[in-house]
Unconditional design. Structure first.
Length: 577
């Protein structure tokens, strides 16, 4: 039977990206990367998958199939790892707010943080490999030598080094369905049978968005949809980034439809459904998503309960996706690698009438990797899912963990598929340097991994003198400015000012109704025109653009002074000392 190997790279910010790099390294060493025919990626997985695909495109188009060796894939992953670590050290999250012109541009309704981070993806990651500033999705088509009209569905059978299909997954807010970007087209996936679309019986949403066969048959504005925008849509975390919009592609009679895209993890954070659509028979699932953790005393405030409920829902979706895959495809055909792999599971007995546990404590101990200390792996599983700078210690730890955890799973899958033994030489991976600390962790190493869980304040915790100096400076600043704050808090606001604000807001909301009246109503509608016309623009300026412009100096100061301190403390050389 013909096999088709699919690779799924989960979401999870840069934590996921570095974790996936270790899996790619292990697959290259075992000779599996050349057999991959479909790559489905989500969020942080999409960031690294797009970069890998650009490197792979250069390799497959520069060498004939018979000359491509396993060592070429190893060299590719080594270059990919170095490029990605260097790019992430620039701190993409903070750099999103570091340009005054881009910050002022955010006053516009068609420009947001999502658009800005897409520009940074291009600038720091993709353009350096592609050699051009604007990489369109349709430019990703790989055209290997010897195949002038190559199509992966038909011609991969004749190749030793397969040409994979890349699928970047997002979620459509309009319909709640999966949205896929490929080199051929974009839109909501539809399965066909005998030329007719097949929908799930439970999918009863009144409108479906059919996707075009290719970009050439779309509206001109969307024909050159950028790779960086597709990655930004896939990694557009709700509430942290604005949705990325696709305009003019659909309309409902005379009503335009604006497609709003958010993180692909909202629909399927593992990217499994796309591999099933591609009819894969073998699966490598690299899962660096945030798995639900045990909470001894859950918070009961409304916001915390809502947050915890959303986590439970995401965990349920993740488990159901995996259960469905294993039931339909068989566990032997799946290599599943995740951050809690091999960690012990504790079973607590209930408390009996005497106030003591009714039974002795029990546990489940799956086969674990002896080269990773459990306390290290638990900390790596709780590492932040962010787009900020990652240190060498953090990045190497994630890469080595997935490299070691995936070895047995991938070796078993290679035997199951009967793929030939790799002919690659023994590579020297840079992340192997962290191996002694992962097996026998020091106090300093564990502390760095503990601090790595935080979204903010990591540098201050790694540098106690900086923390102390910041506290002293803050206390002095508050002491100097407190009289001004106290005077400001005692300002008397007149009733006329309050009524004036209420009147402006009322006119702003009711002006469109008053426009239909005569006499005084017409006069009031004219007076309301200004706030009605300019209030959204003023709101964007005051709430979006202005704070970012004013904060640019602080962002650049952080990037110039604080970020280098954080990276310096996380260098492997400092860990050795």
């Amino acid at each position: 039977m013909t096999t088709k190997l699919g690779l799924a790279l989960s979401g999870g910010g840069f934590r996921a990206s570095f974790f996936h790099l270790g899996v790619l390294a292990q697959m290259a060493e075992l000779g599996l990367l050349r057999h991959v025919e479909a790559i489905s990626a989500v969020s942080g997985g999409a960031i690294i998958a797009a970069l890998y695909y650009l490197h792979l495109k250069k390799l497959l188009e520069s060498k004939p199939d018979e000359e491509i060796a396993d060592d070429d894939y190893i060299a590719l992953v080594q270059a990919l790892s170095a490029d990605f670590l260097k790019a992430t050290e620039s701190n993409l999250r903070m750099r999103t707010f570091a340009d005054v012109r881009a910050n002022w541009k955010m006053r516009r309704p068609d420009y947001s943080r999502s658009d800005r981070i897409a520009e940074l993806y291009d600038q720091l990651l993709y353009s350096k490999v592609a050699g051009t500033d604007r990489i369109a999705m349709r430019d990703l088509k790989i055209r290997p030598s010897g195949f002038p009209h190559f199509h992966p569905y038909y011609h991969n059978y004749f190749r030793r080094a397969k040409v994979p299909v890349l699928i970047l997954n997002a979620t459509t807010l309009n319909t709640g369905r999966n949205w896929q970007f490929t080199a051929r087209t974009m839109g909501e996936p539809i399965r066909y049978q005998n030329g007719q679309p097949i929908y799930a019986e439970t999918d009863r949403l009144p409108i479906r968005l059919r996707r075009a066969p290719d970009y050439q048959r779309m509206v001109p504005r969307q024909q050159d949809f950028r790779l960086s925008d597709a990655v930004a849509a896939s990694s557009c975390v709700p509430a942290l980034f604005h949705p990325l919009s696709v305009n003019e592609l659909y309309q409902d009679k005379n009503q335009p439809v604006r497609v709003q895209l958010v993180d692909g993890g909202v629909h399927d954070n593992l990217g499994i459904s796309a591999l099933l659509d591609e009819e894969c028979t073998l699966f490598v699932i690299s899962d660096a998503s945030g798995q639900l953790d045990f909470d001894h005393e859950p918070e009961t405030s409304p916001i915390q309960v809502l947050h915890r409920s959303a986590q439970i829902l995401q965990e349920r979706v993740r488990q159901e996706s995996l259960n469905r895959l294993m039931e339909t495809q068989g566990r032997a055909n799946i290599a599943y690698i995740h951050l809690r792999q091999g960690l012990a599971i504790q079973e607590l007995a209930w408390v009996g009438p005497n106030g003591e546990p009714a039974e002795p404590e029990r546990g489940i101990q799956p086969p674990r990797c002896p080269a990773i200390a459990p306390e290290v792996q638990r900390r790596l599983a709780s590492l932040r899912t962010d787009l900020d700078a990652f240190t060498e210690v953090e990045a190497y730890s994630l890469m080595l963990a997935s490299f070691l955890l995936s070895r047995r799973e991938l070796a078993d899958l290679r035997l199951q598929a009967d793929y030939p033994q790799s002919q690659a030489s023994q590579p020297q991976w840079s992340f192997l340097a962290i191996a002694p600390w992962m097996k026998t962790p020091t106090e300093n190493y564990l502390y760095q991994l503990e601090v790595a869980k935080l979204q903010f304040g990591k540098t201050w915790l790694l540098y106690p003198p900086l923390l102390a100096a910041s506290v002293i400076f803050g206390a002095i600043l508050v002491g100097l400015l407190w009289p001004l704050f106290a005077a400001w808090l005692n300002v008397n606001i007149s009733l006329a000012a309050i009524l004036g604000v209420v009147a402006v807001v009322a006119l702003d909301h009711l002006g469109y109704k008053l426009a239909r009246l005569r006499g005084i109503g017409r006069l009031l509608s004219i007076l309301s025109y200004l706030p009605l016309r300019w209030y959204p623009a003023l709101r964007r300026i005051l709430l979006r653009a202005a704070p970012l412009v004013l904060g640019t100096i602080f962002v650049n100061a952080y990037l110039a002074f604080i970020n280098p301190l954080f990276l310096r403390q996380g260098r492997l050389a400092n860990l050795k000392r």
